[in-house]
Write a protein that binds this ligand. Structure first.
Ligand code: GTP
Ligand code: MG
Length: 370
């Protein structure tokens, strides 16, 4: 972390010191020509000249992990697995997600599964499973591009009356690259022309060999439309989850990922988030991406207002000042001022990195003078 004088900075930027001082004042920083200014201010000034001067800003990897409270092994408790569904166009992803969601409507909640919050939970054998219902490819590419890993298990849907298609292969590659276990759901087995063995055969070429053929990939035959094989699929998910022993500490401040966000006419900015660590509570101050907030209300996937959300729970929250982006990291902080300051810093960094794209003086140049 370096400093440099206002005069040196002005020289570096080929500007008058008086002009730089004016810029500093406009940013709320009072300085004289011989005064040392901090990196933060140097970068801000450089960014102000972004279109004229080249500045490459080091965008700090700031995924909140360093602000997270550390876990003791004994704090870790089992959590539901988080599952995404991927597959080729028209192979039945949406139908399968809807069908799974409906396996779980208990009597008291008739008609109560209306809420779309980007993810939902089902319960089988007293165990929960969280499904992300954003389209799998989007969720994967978007979130992974932003460094977020939200999925524990991927279900790859392949239509038994069709075959392995380009997006099937892409899905396999995504899941493998992310190191996420794959379960293959061979769908549309109700169709007369369905040929599940052909799918298995084709997928062996991509390294997915069924257990009965000596491999270790789970294949489940289903019909999303006729609701065949769904329980078996859910049981396989629980089996994979048990083997992988997914755990999290529910007893600390929440950290997670924004799944979707939008500006709601009535409610203002709304974010649907997946809590991955800790427990989120009403009133918690938080940062989501570059946005600051304080949890005003939380709604679960059944449309119910809740006060707390633990690991692997999807919730919709209100109380944001702005709309974050899908894939943004989310973190609750113990004090509002810290959360606000971090959100501001992240926003500045974000702006700098955008401005910095088309500039001339490089960061190396800047550092040489510091
Ligand atoms: P995209 O979102 O466009 O990529 O498609 P998708 O993978 O979500 O497929 P979707 O669920 O929309 O299903 C595509 C078509 O296949 C629809 O007409 C479904 O009714 C039909 N379909 C889905 N599952 C089954 C099934 O198990 N059996 C039969 N017969 N048809 C199915
Ligand atoms: Mg779909």
């Amino acid at each position: 972390r370096g400093t440099m004088t206002v005069g040196d900075l002005a020289k570096l930027l080929h500007k008058d010191a008086s002009e730089v001082i004016k810029k500093l004042i406009s940013l709320g920083i009072m300085a004289t020509i011989n005064q040392e200014i901090e990196m933060e201010a140097i970068l801000l000034i450089a960014a102000e000249y972004g279109s004229e001067v080249e500045v490459k800003i080091p965008v700090e990897e700031d995924d909140f992990e360093k602000d997270e409270e550390k876990d003791e092994e004994a704090d870790l408790l089992p959590r539901p697995p988080v599952v995404t569904i991927m597959g080729h166009v028209d192979h039945g992803k949406t139908t399968l997600l809807d069908a799974i969601r409906k396996t779980n409507v208990t009597g008291g909640e008739a008609g109560g599964i209306t809420q779309h919050i980007g993810a939902y939970q089902v319960e089988i054998n007293q165990k929960k499973i969280t499904f992300l219902d954003t389209p799998g490819h989007e969720a994967f590419t978007l979130m992974r591009a932003r460094g977020a890993q939200v999925t524990d298990i991927t279900i790859i849907v392949v239509a038994a009356d069709d075959g392995v298609m380009p997006q099937t292969v892409e899905a396999v590659n995504h899941a493998k690259a992310a190191g996420v276990p794959i379960i293959v759901a061979v769908n549309k087995i109700d169709k007369p022309e369905a040929n599940p063995d052909k799918i298995k055969q084709e997928l062996t070429e991509y390294g997915l060999v069924p257990e009965e053929w000596g491999g270790d990939t789970i294949f489940v035959n289903v019909s999303a439309k006729q609701r065949i094989g769904l329980e078996g699929l859910l049981e396989m998910i629980l089996l994979v989850a048990e083997v992988n022993d997914y755990k999290a500490n529910p007893d600390k401040r929440a950290r997670g990922t924004v799944i979707e966000a939008e500006l709601d006419k009535g409610k203002g900015p709304v974010a649907r988030i997946l809590v991955q660590h800790g427990t989120l509570k009403i009133g918690d101050a938080f940062v989501a991406g570059n946005c600051f907030g304080r949890v005003r209300a939380m709604v679960n996937d059944r449309g119910r207002r809740i006060k707390e959300a633990g690991p692997s729970t999807p919730v919709e929250i209100t109380g944001l000042t702005e709309v974050p982006q899908a894939g943004d990291p989310f973190m609750a902080f113990e004090d509002e001022r810290k959360a606000r300051a971090i959100a501001e810093r992240r926003a500045i960094k974000h702006r700098q990195s955008e401005l910095g794209a088309n500039t001339r003086v490089t960061l190396d140049d800047l550092y040489k003078h510091i």
